[in-house]
Design a protein around this ligand. Structure first.
Ligand code: NDP
Length: 288
């Protein structure tokens, strides 16, 4: 007897403007294929004026969830039924999960970073320096705060964005946090455990220098970069030469994808398969 085939995959996807440059689809679909999941991830171009209609369309088509990337991470919120804790604190959503008949907004950027970090160090009680105060920094800092980090210093060039992040960290998370205005080379305090570049310095430029005093990087520190292309940034090369352990931005992308697939399907996907797929899509070495 021929078996009855199922021609209807479960659907997830991504809404963004500039969707053609987003390689996430390759990584997620590699996981679906690897785990023999009858799921598809559809990458779609959605302009700001069409966002509400797009989300209503996904509901009508029974989507199990979706990613949303720039410029929709904040404006998608009124179209959702609720928010997870960190998404609510940071006021930004990059991953929507259907729970029952509700679309719930989560933020997996910071959670992806945290998972990478936890492969080397438990941030609980640790002293952390974060460079930058944009979207990536906010996601990382809030997730570190929820994970019980001991002391967090935000170093940022513009006071405005730095102060906005500090307000969230202090008022929403009661975190021991401070802001340093970034002028010249920043000297990392000697008792720092974790150093994170969450600025865009280094994107597509392997020689770009994060303005910090390289001799203040000490063995024993963990140094992480959000930059995924190239994964081996100048900061990470300098840090390794100084005896630090390092984490590249590819790990953050992969782990946010891993968490998204887990949220949607309930399956823990193979992170290695996803790393190979996204590195290939970005045209960067798998090992960084
Ligand atoms: P934003 O534009 O929101 O923020 C950029 C931050 O970088 C700001 O704090 C800005 O400071 C700072 N910055 C930029 N250039 C300089 C400079 N020359 N000197 C000092 N500070 C500078 O960007 P995002 O936070 O969304 O993204 C930051 C980077 O993170 C991007 O490269 C992005 O590709 C990457 N990213 C990686 C992810 C991953 O999974 N690996 C996920 C998300 C993002 P100021 O406030 O003074 O302007």
């Amino acid at each position: 007897m021929p078996s009855k085939r199922d021609f209807l995959p479960q659907l997830v996807g991504c809404l963004s403007t500039g969707a053609a440059g987003n390689p996430t689809v390759e990584m997620i679909e590699a996981a679906f294929r690897h785990h023999d999941l009858h799921w598809r991830y559809i990458n779609t171009e959605v302009l700001p004026k069409g966002l509400g209609d797009a989300v209503r369309g996904l509901r009508a088509m029974d989507y199990r969830g979706f990613n949303c990337s720039l410029p929709h991470k904040v404006t998608v919120i009124p179209h959702l039924d609720g928010l997870g804790q960190s998404a609510e604190v940071m006021g930004a959503v990059n991953c929507v999960v259907r729970r029952g008949d509700q679309f719930i907004g989560e933020n997996t950027d910071g959670k992806g970073f945290l998972r990478s970090l936890q492969s080397l160090v438990d941030p609980r009680g640790k002293r952390v320096v974060v460079y930058g105060a944009g979207g990536a920094a906010r996601a990382i800092a809030v997730e570190l705060g929820l994970a019980g980090v001991g002391q967090l210093t935000v170093v940022n060039r513009s006071a405005e964005r730095g102060e906005a992040l500090l307000k969230i960290l202090r008022e929403r998370l009661q975190l021991n946090a401070s802001l340093v205005r970034w002028e010249g080379d920043h000297a990392i305090p000697a008792d720092t455990d974790v150093v994170i570049n969450s600025t865009s310095i280094g994107l597509y430029d392997a020689e770009a220098r994060v303005p910090l005093a390289v001799d203040s990087l000490r063995p024993g520190m963990v140094v992480a970069d959000v930059i995924f292309s190239p994964p081996q940034t100048r900061l990470l090369r300098d840090a390794r030469a100084r005896g630090c352990r390092t984490l590249d931005g590819l790990g953050m992308i992969v782990n946010q994808g891993v968490i998204g697939v887990q949220y949607w399907t309930g399956i823990e996907p193979d992170a290695r398969v996803m790393r190979v797929a996204v590195a290939e899509a970005l045209g960067v070495p798998v090992e960084g």
